[in-house]
Design a protein around this ligand. Sequence first.
Ligand code: ATP
Ligand code: MG
Length: 230
Amino acid sequence: DLWESRGHVRFDEVTFGYSDERTILPSFSLDIPAGQTIALVGTTGAGKSTLAKLISRFYDPSKGKVTLDGVDLRDLHPKDLRRAIVMVTQEAYLFSGTVADNIALGKPDATLEEIRAAARAVGADAFIEALPDGYNSDVNKRGGRVSAGQRQLISFARAFLADPAVLILDEATASLDIPSERLIQDALQTLLADRTAIIIAHRLSTVAIADRVLVMEHGRVIEDDAPDVL
Ligand code: ATP
Ligand code: MG
C-alpha cells in the first residue's frame, strides 16, 4: 500500500553548507506541525531557499537530520518522498508542452476532468478556456502565451492535483498586476488548505494568511511569531 504522510516536518540540529568552508545552517532546529502554514521571510542570502531544498532533499545535512512524520528523509523511499513533498519554485513554473500537460506533471495518469477540476479549484479555469486551444494550448506558442500571474496559477493547479502533504512555495518577487494578485491570493488559500505549507513569502498578503511567520538571518530563525504580532 501507499504510504501516506501526515506532513509533520522537523529539523533536528541540522548543519549544512554548500562547501566545507562555509556553513549556511548552523545546528538548525525547527518543528513544523502537520497542517501548519509557515511564511518564511528574511534578507537575501539568509538561507530560506536552502532550508526549502533540504526539505525537498535536493541536499542532505552534513550533521543532524530532517524528518517527515519522524522518519529521516534519507530513510524514505524516493517515490514516497516525491509524492509527499512538492516544491513550487519561480524558475520551474512551466515546461514546454500544453497547459494540460503542465498541470498533470506530478500525476501523468490524470484525466482531463481531474486536470480541469484542479484548474477550477485554484481559479485558473476561466483564462485557460479563453486560450486559442484551451487546455491543449502550447504554453510557449505565440497566442497561447500566458502572463506571469497565469503561469503561477497553472503551477498552483499542478500542485493542487499532486495533492502533497507538504507544499513548499518560493514566491515570485516580480510584482503582479492587481487582478492577478487577487487571483493568486484566493488560489493560495485553496491550495494551502489541509496540508503543511512553507512559503518563502515576498508579499505582505501572503504573510498575513500564514499561521506562523519565521524571520531568518544568517541561517538562524531570529523571530517566530503569529503574523499579527510582527
Ligand atoms: P534570497 O532571498 O535571495 O532568495 P535565500 O534566503 O533564499 O536568499 P539561499 O539561497 O538559501 O538564501 O542562500 C544562502 C547562502 O547560500 C547564500 O550565501 C548563497 O550565496 C549560498 N548558496 C546558495 N545556493 C548555493 C549553491 N548552490 N552553491 C553555493 N552557495 C550557495
Ligand atoms: Mg531564495
